[in-house]
Write a protein that binds this ligand. Structure first.
Ligand SMILES: Cc1cc2nc3c(=O)[nH]c(=O)nc-3n(C[C@H](O)[C@H](O)[C@H](O)COP(=O)(O)OP(=O)(O)OC[C@H]3O[C@@H](n4cnc5c(N)ncnc54)[C@H](O)[C@@H]3O)c2cc1C
Length: 380
């Protein structure tokens, strides 16, 4: 594993944040959504896109903890946008199982920030219940060659507008046979694809949407990994990404907690400091304790994941806890800053919206609790 000096890394991130004006840029992207190509490429040039990816796949082979420091610092300097970009190649980790030519064409450029690839799992009829996905991929003969033909609709997809390709999960076998799902790399300009963009309450730069696939033909070489095994790959990938998302939520909450405590020390109401009022002081003291406790739990899970011992349930609970505690902290930051807290003059409302998506994306809170409960009680 590559060793990195963490103090130097934090300094480098701060310099980067100044150079690219990350904080104002994050705010501007919220108001005027677009994919931040310039910053994405700059992150890639520094080797900060998917730095945990092993060198054998073109990455830097950083540990989870080193990547966590990069995420924390980027989130502290520029909100969730740039930290989430770091994870993008890891959200596409299944591509490492693709044939070498496909990897070369789509995975390596992801690490360099030259290409954007989305992940399309959710459908109008099934999201949490991934086993019930209904998009089909039928193998058909076309003259002397065989192809897959994709039919169905994907919904809620991040980067539906901007991604040049998507990893699409489709049914090639019955639900019972380990899910019967196969992953495909589908370039977005393939005939038969249409995109309906939709608006979001936060993280608008992801430009999500619904994507229709009408008899979309894909060469057999665009199949990723083994047929019918995509669900297993997804569980492995999601376990890792959930832990790293938890790092981002806590970093955003930490920034707002520091800021609201500072405000509660200086703001005077009814002749006293805001923080001296029990309603405010107790709430912020609880926030401090909850944030620290969640960080400790996350530390444990980071140790487990470094040694391949983190279960999907433990990783899921790290994401759920970090998301719930961060939302509570951010809500207090909005509340105790008064009217200004609700406005875009301060960063708390944007942070709240950006963290709120995490209660649904990459496994909803309820789904994660279900995973954890199954580990406690075993299958029915
Ligand atoms: C910002 C954002 C980005 C996203 N990006 C992508 C993307 O790039 N690609 C992609 O494929 N999807 C993406 N999603 C979709 C996301 O993964 C789904 O919304 C999520 O999996 C839930 O699925 P659903 O929307 O179909 O809701 P449903 O599965 O219909 O669930 C509805 C509600 O019921 C709850 N629920 C479901 N099952 C249970 C249960 N057994 N017990 C208790 N409660 C339950 C859920 O938690 C949820 O609150 C994104 C979502 C968001 C918000």
């Amino acid at each position: 594993m590559t060793t990195v000096d963490l103090t130097t890394l934090r300094e480098e991130v701060r310099e980067f944040a100044n150079q690219y004006h990350l904080a104002p840029r994050s705010k501007a992207l919220d108001a005027s959504p677009a994919f931040p190509w310039e910053e994405y490429r700059a992150l890639g040039t520094r080797g900060w896109l998917g730095p945990r990816v092993p060198p054998s796949f073109g990455g830097r082979g950083w540990s989870f903890r080193t990547e966590a420091v990069l995420l924390e610092e980027l989130a502290a300097q520029g909100g969730s946008v740039f930290a989430k970009l770091v994870l993008q190649p890891e959200f596409c980790a299944v591509l490492r199982r693709a044939a070498p030519e496909l990897r070369e064409r789509w995975y390596l450029p992801l690490l360099r920030g030259e290409r954007l690839v989305g992940n399309q799992i959710t459908e109008p009829g099934a999201g949490s219940d991934v086993r019930s996905l209904s998009m089909t991929a039928d193998r058909v003969a076309d003259g002397s060659t065989e192809q897959y033909v994709l039919q169905g609709t994907k919904s809620e997809a991040a980067f539906a507008v901007d991604a040049e390709a998507a990893i699409v999960y489709a049914r090639t076998g019955p639900k019972e046979a380990g899910g019967g799902l196969t992953a495909f790399l589908v370039p977005s300009d393939t005939r038969g694809i249409t995109v309906e963009p939709h608006g979001d309450m936060g993280e608008r730069w992801m430009r999500r949407g619904t994507v229709h696939y009408d008899a979309v033909r894909v060469p057999l070489t665009h199949q990723i990994g083994e047929e019918g095994q995509a669900l297993h790959y997804l569980v492995e990938e999601l376990t890792e990404e959930r832990v790293m998302l938890a790092v981002i939520y806590l970093a955003l909450a930490e920034s707002s907690l520091t800021e609201v405590i500072g405000h509660a020390r200086s703001r005077k109401v009814f002749g006293t400091r805001l923080g001296d009022l029990e309603a405010v002081g107790f709430a912020l003291a609880e926030d401090r304790a909850l944030l620290d406790a969640t960080r400790l739990y996350l530390e444990q899970v980071l140790t487990e994941i470094e040694t391949s011992k983190a279960t999907p349930g433990r990783a899921g609970m790290a994401k759920w806890m970090a998301n719930s505690v961060a939302l509570r902290v951010l809500d207090h930051a909005i509340q105790f800053h008064g009217g200004a807290g609700y406005s875009s003059k301060l960063p708390h409302e944007q942070r709240w919206r950006d963290v709120r998506s995490g209660g649904l994306a990459h496994g909803s809170n309820e789904t994660l609790k279900m995973l954890s409960a199954r580990e406690l009680f075993g299958p029915r």
